[in-house]
Design a protein around this ligand. Structure first.
Ligand code: UD1
Ligand code: CA
Length: 459
């Protein structure tokens, strides 16, 4: 296989998003549109990546480098058309020997398979290939004009098309592949004598034919090339992406009781015989091992801007209902995390249980420890975070505050309602930290009599 340079066009501002952030940085399944385009390029065989960004978009360049340190970033200073945009990456194209593929950064549903197919359609010699699709409503798209033998003659933009050409439903997706050393010269010969006075990449078809290059069209489904220009299209793409991902998870052996209510991320890993009940949201960085049960209404998120160590739920653990797992959480095998329990940056070893109403943050919980309802690890004093260590087999009574940094020894007991701070609890000990109980027999009757007397005197 030839080396492949993929040029990703990301210069559009995306004004229809009505957003302070560039369009290609909006997330889909927990990753930016640009991130999707770069990942699918890599999986589609890219050995080099070039990203064309608009002026004043340092965040887009940064995002490009986050996904591929070696990506070449080019700035297209003025948006003069798709051919002009590709030429912004002239240095990368001119120094490349091998295939070049162009795609748009706002088309995240394209599959690597389709990119491979498009390249395969280039054949042995030189050539150019265009990815087309049959549009339910072709309005606005460039139309693929073919001859009687079915080979591609030209692409006509909607605004420049005749009435007869507008009736064609085979449309240009924008994705193209080239196998020719003449690509730069072809691009340079594209003019802007058209309705939009833009340099259209689509005009490369006619120029390539004049050069004697075979030009072929290959097709994919309309879903795959859904371009995102607005928030409603973003939501539509998310829906398609989620449907695909859920199907894959189920085909790989997990049960989703109500698949349409489970939200996955681009990097979610789910093992076999996992059961996920309705209304579960899984953010980026989550791994769920075999035989885990995630009960209804849970939120799991492994990565945020600060912590990027992920969430792992090990074999046979049970989570929820109504549990929240945050970044840096490692749930051991057969651990039970019950309702209204939040876990952050904590490791729970095999068989530990926190069945109700608890916050476990910046902590290590040993095997088979039992965390009672209402237990809080007080990990933050307003300035610094502190660590809580709970030994194996320890029993933390209900409504306990563990003020970090603090250690509860293995097999120790903490009495309900305790506030444990400063000193560690020895292994095997009992600690009870609460006001002493006082009982006064007959006190209720006495107080009632006294109050009754006072009321009678007032009358
Ligand atoms: C383009 C195609 C059209 C195709 C459609 C598919 C051309 C001339 N037309 O039309 O045949 O059916 O996509 O969605 O190629 N861009 C730049 N710099 C520019 C201009 C565009 O980076 O100067 C980027 C945009 O950010 C966008 C992409 O190229 O991601 C496509 O540009 P856009 O103006 O949306 O082209 P369309 O009119 O949709
Ligand atoms: Ca467009």
């Amino acid at each position: 296989m030839q080396p492949l340079l993929v040029v990703i066009l990301a210069a559009g501002k995306g004004t229809r998003m009505k957003s302070a952030r560039p369009k290609v940085l909006h997330p889909l399944a927990g990753r930016s549109l640009l991130g999707h385009a770069m990942a699918l390029s890599r999986e589609g065989g890219a050995t080099r990546l070039a990203v064309v960004v608009g002026p004043g978009m340092p965040q887009v360049a940064e995002e490009a480098r986050r996904y591929a340190v070696d990506a070449a970033v080019f700035v297209q200073h003025q948006q003069l058309g798709t051919a002009h945009a590709v030429l912004a990456a002239r240095d990368a194209i001119a120094s490349h020997t091998g295939d070049v593929c162009v795609l748009f950064a706002d088309t995240p549903l394209l599959t690597p398979d389709t990119v491979h197919r498009l390249r395969d359609s280039l054949g042995k010699g030189s050539g150019m290939a265009v990815l087309g699709f049959h549009a339910a409503d072709p309005t606005g798209y460039g139309r693929l004009l073919t001859d009687a033998a079915g080979s591609l003659i030209a692409i006509r933009e909607d605004r420049d098309a005749s009435d007869a050409e507008r009736k064609v439903t085979l449309c240009n997706s924008g994705v193209m592949a080239f196998r020719t050393p003449k690509l730069v010269s072809i691009l340079e010969r594209i003019g802007n004598a058209n309705a939009k006075q833009e340099y259209y990449l689509t005009d490369a078809v006619e120029i390539a034919r004049k050069e004697g290059l075979p030009v072929v069209a290959s097709t994919c489904t309309e879903d795959e090339v859904l371009g995102i220009n607005s928030r409603d299209q973003l939501a539509a793409a998310e829906a398609i992406w989620q449907r695909r991902a859920r199907l894959k998870v189920m085909r790989d052996g997990a049960t989703l009781v109500a698949p349409e209510t489970v939200w996955l991320s681009y990097d979610t890993l789910i093992g076999r015989d996992v059961v996920i009940e309705p209304n579960v949201v899984i953010g980026p960085g989550v791994t769920i091992e075999d035989d885990v049960v995630i009960k209804a209404n849970c939120h799991l998120q492994g990565i945020d801007r600060k912590v990027s160590t992920g969430v792992r739920v090990r074999k046979g653990a049970e989570i929820g209902p109504f549990a929240r797992l945050r970044p840096g959480t490692d749930i051991g095998s057969k651990v039970h995390i019950g309702n209204f329990v939040e876990v952050k940056n904590a490791t729970l070893d095999e068989g530990a249980k926190a069945n109700h109403l608890a916050y476990i943050g910046d902590a290590h919980v040993g095997a088979d420890a039992n965390i009672g309802a209402g237990t809080i690890t007080c990990n933050y004093d307003g300035f610094d975070k502190g660590h809580t260590e709970i030994g194996a087999g320890a029993f933390i009574g209900s409504n306990t505050a563990l003020v970090a940094p603090v250690t509860i020894g293995a097999n120790a007991f903490v009495g309900a309602g305790s506030v444990v701070s400063r000193r560690d609890v020895e292994p095997g000990a009992l600690t009870v930290v609460r006001g002493e109980r006082k009982d006064i027999p007959g006190w209720a009757a006495k107080i009632r009599a006294a109050v009754a007397k006072r009321i009678a005197e007032k009358k």
